[in-house]
Design a protein around this ligand. Structure first.
Ligand code: GLN
Length: 533
């Protein structure tokens, strides 16, 4: 087993996760089996209870783990399926250590960060090694070198390197080379200092991935190499990408990142073959058509809140030879100005998942607008629930229909709490989570798009479609075309006589890949393109 650790220096948000994922793509295209994972130093046990303002999207895995959005990058950039073992947080580490202490496992000792916390981190590393058939594990360490919370992780990695042998471990440090306008110069000092901090902990990076707005000239590279004690070729520039993030592996390949890492780890691999990846990038960058799709949400100003949705639209666009121009629409805006003004010139409307009652009425108006004007509509999780509420109110005449999430006393609870959720009191990891099977009705639009009658999709919700209203909805044209295998849970609704109107209780966006777009997203973009024409 070979281990690659990716740390970050100078600032956050410099694309460390993307660089790690790109390296994963390259190694996989050399025929290696790659597993990717992330260690997050924060004290939450998982990001499931964090606000999108704090954390962006919560990415859900097959096994129901609620994880960091970087795991979404990993699953999109490599073929590995990840599990709850692959997103370790300080919260999980301390939770385990404290449980052990209460049980008496450490009887007699004072429990300390070193060795008890660091041991626990190493245990988890070994555990992920044992539970995979991969031959390379790439582990990204969240946060920035120098953060207090990150220290135990770095110390654990230092020890780990001695245990498994230096020849089996590579440290990649992703860092920022800022451009100072007044001096017209790229500055290496912040990187020198962050590498010095790492070396102070006993970790000497082998490779520097240097995020910068401008190309690094030879002088800058030499200087970085000398002060940071790495070979010049291991100073890898990572410039801003203008086209699509999926170019990152190609850019990293030009800089020979994969070669440097393989040489250092003495890995014998196949010749790299990036043809499929290049073709995919080409389809994204040079499309023939364009469509405008509105994503109507509550956290629209945040780049990362609906990350997987935006990515899935890009994948589906490429599959349709189409650029998807995404108009991020705040539901509050629709409530204030009305859908006609805000959604003018739109070819498709998507409502993503969400929680809480703010912005609900604007979303209801957006669905009504899509339904009445035959504009393709795709509702995901909360989006599907909103579509149900809208239909109950405006077609079936239940003017006060609602979800009990937003109004517990509604006379028409068309969306209500899941039976299994009624007794739940703790917020963390307690929703209906992870992959569940959905049975599809033959001949429905969703079934035709999937091309099968059984699908597995990932879930994250507490509320569900209320079956008491099913026959009334169906009489009026809203069909329940997907359910759990026993028929009790509503999974997909579809409107008759509409170019595309599908609401799903699950999250298809967590399974779309650039090289394998999700069929529902693909169908939605195709319908939007048709609507445009
Ligand atoms: N808030 C809704 C529920 O809990 C929808 C959840 C979601 O969109 N992920 O059922």
């Amino acid at each position: 087993m070979k281990y690659i650790f990716v740390t970050g220096g100078v600032v956050s948000s410099l694309g460390k996760g993307l660089a790690a994922a790109a390296l994963g793509t390259l190694l996989e295209h050399r025929g290696l089996k790659v597993l990717m994972q992330k260690f997050d130093p924060y004290l939450n046990v998982d990001p499931g209870t964090m606000s999108p303002f704090q954390h962006g999207e919560v990415y859900v895995l097959d096994d129901g783990a609620e994880t960091d959005l970087d795991l979404g990058h990993y699953e999109r950039f490599t073929s590995g399926k990840l599990s709850k073992l692959n997103n370790l947080t300080s919260g999980q580490v301390y939770e385990t250590v404290i449980k052990k202490e209460r049980r008496g496992d450490y009887l007699g000792s004072t429990v300390q960060v070193i060795p008890h916390v660091t041991d626990e981190i190493k245990n988890r590393l070994y555990e992920s090694t044992e539970n995979t058939d991969a031959n390379v594990i790439i582990t990204e360490i969240g946060g920035t070198t120098g953060d207090i919370e990150g220290m135990p992780f770095l110390e654990a990695l230092r020890q780990f390197k001695d245990e498994v042998g230096h020849e089996n471990v590579v440290f990649v440090h992703a860092t920022l080379i800022p451009y100072i306008k007044a001096a017209e110069e790229l500055k290496t000092k912040p990187t020198q200092q962050s590498v010095a901090a790492l070396r102070g902990i006993g970790i000497a990076p082998d490779v520097l991935v240097c995020r910068s707005e401008f190309p690094l000239d030879d002088d800058v590279r030499r200087k970085l190499a000398m002060f940071c004690n790495v070979p010049v070729e291991a100073v890898v520039p990572f410039l801003d990408i203008k086209g699509t993030i999926y170019e990152a592996p190609l850019k990293m390949y030009e800089q020979k990142l994969d070669q440097i890492v393989c040489d250092r780890l003495e890995l014998e691999t196949d010749e790299i073959d990036l043809l499929d990846w290049r073709n995919m990038v080409d389809r994204i960058v040079n499309p023939t058509h364009t469509v405008r799709i509105a994503v109507v949400g509550k956290y629209i100003e945040l780049q990362d809140a609906y990350k997987s949705i935006y990515e899935s639209l890009t994948h589906a666009g490429a599959a349709n030879d189409t650029a998807v121009e995404i108009l991020r629409v705040s539901s509050d805006d629709i409530e204030e100005k009305g859908p006609e003004e805000v959604l003018e010139g739109i070819h498709g409307i998507l409502i993503p998942g969400g929680f809480g009652d703010r912005g609900i009425e604007g979303k209801v108006k957006a669905v009504q607008y899509a339904r009445e004007n035959s504009i393709p509509f795709f509702g995901i999780c909360l989006g599907m629930q909103i579509a149900t509420i809208e239909f109950a109110r405006n077609v079936c005449g239940h003017k006060k229909a609602n979800s009990t999430e937003f109004n517990e006393k509604t006379p028409d609870p068309v969306i209500c709490i899941l039976e299994e959720q009624k007794e739940v009191t703790e917020k963390g990891a307690s929703m209906r989570l992870g992959t569940w099977e959905t049975k599809l009705k033959k001949g429905s639009q969703a079934q035709k798009l999937y091309g099968t009658t059984k699908v597995n999709e990932r879930h994250r919700h507490r509320y569900e479609f209320n079956h008491d209203y099913k026959s009334e909805f169906e009489k009026n044209g809203l069909q329940l075309v997907g359910t759990s295998p026993d028929g009790t849970l509503g999974e997909i609704v579809e409107l008759k006589d509409h170019p595309f109107y599908i609401g799903v209780q699950f999250h298809p966006e967590f399974q779309s890949k650039p090289t394998a777009p999700h069929p529902l997203f693909k169908g939605f973009v195709a319908a939007s393109l048709e609507a445009r024409e």
